[in-house]
Design a protein around this ligand. Sequence first.
Ligand code: BG6
Length: 490
Amino acid sequence: MGSPACDLALFGAMGDLASRKLFPALYHLYRAGLLSEESRILALARRDLSEAEARYQIGQSLEEHLGASAVEASEVEGFLARVSYLRLDFADGMGYQQLGDWHHQGPGTNTLVLYYATPPALYDQITGHLRDAGCCDERTRVVVEKPIGQDLSSSRELNDQLAGVFREENIYRIDHYLGKETVQNLIALRFANNLFASQWDQNHISHVEITVAESVGVDGRWSYFNSAGQLRDMVQSHLLQLLCLLAMDPPSDLSPDSIRDEKVKVLKALSPLTPERISTHLVRGQYTAGTAEGVPVPGYLEEEDAEGPSHTETFIALKVEIENWRWAGVPFYIRTGKRLPEKRSEVIVHFKPAPHYIFDPDQKHLANNKLIIRLQPDEGMALQILTKDQGLSRGMRLRQGPLELTFAEAFETDRIPDAYERLLLEVMKGNQYLFVRRDEVEYAWRWVDQLLANCEECGAHPKRYAAGTWGPVASIAMITRDGRSWYEDA
Ligand code: BG6
């Protein structure tokens, strides 16, 4: 289904996020006929550009990010005809009236969607100027990117500022992981298959692993990253969202609030990492020089844009417990890091062994079923099951093998849409189910804040790991202490 007509005003339109993600996503929606004929886009940026120059640059960046073969000249032209450009100094209230004029000169029925693709430090100013220029009414939607604050109090402040002008049902807080097809698939997998629904608890599951690994380093963003670290940058948002989708109770329907109510219950039930638990439940790491995909790379402190010594973590592994009936005694081992051996995001659900084992004792280590959900790349899932080994000579020997579903092969999809395509489409449709509600953000910060405070109290500085390895050895020790191993080590 296409989207209703919208006027999309894109703040920071000539910036990195817009050129890497937003314009390519809008272009794909346009190509797929999912952008309403009446929808219009206003690119807003500080640069002194004519409309023709702005369109030219956006066209160039589409080619750069999608590849020349994926863009069709006539389609790019058709798409760019929808784009207008307005030079605006975001800090200066003067130009905002022109944005209002642009909207009012349109068809009149289009919903105004404001997308803040800018540093969060500008959100408040932009919101204030929009309000003063009378650009917003009770239908106006606003889309904001993470990070929503640096801690609970700054996130509250930012949420209060937004709430001063926009209604919560019109605020779309992006966590782009929620827009990934395979992440949404967790909902389908869990709640459309009774097979799993009946097994999804502490009676049947022994533990869960969530790995979000990246081979890149901090990618020219040292200064931002250094003030955040992997815990704030990745765990507070993406990994806790994944955890919520895996652990939440079934929502009564697919409405945004039913889903988000269930996620909030998980966040509230996260067991705090008290100072006594820090040494056994948390490992932080920072990469030193090593290799990335075979090429030598510098350490975090030697990156070109590095600004001196730092205790910021580029890797974190955590043992997370959820204090409720469903998950009592089931640890969720989560880890995420930069400069790991490969880019890979996956979830491994380890099921408990059968209550009574009757096969060769030397094969007992094979006895646990595993569900492997590959979020990226090679999107798909595999269920590791045990069968009898083939042949007359083997007796009742067991063999482990996967029931395998690779989405690209099974569904003959040539392209899995980027998360931003889905998210922009849902904003235009006015569906908030893939966006983060205020209380989710704040409960996540509450948990992260106590963790950071307790790390500070324990002086838990990051341990070194060489770029191109799976993080500090302490992260292996963390899981081995429980008699388990990370999936790739098994
Ligand atoms: C962003 C983080 O939110 O997600 C980045 O700020 C990280 O540090 C990125 O690299 C990872 O996203 P993806 O979609 O490439 O897994």
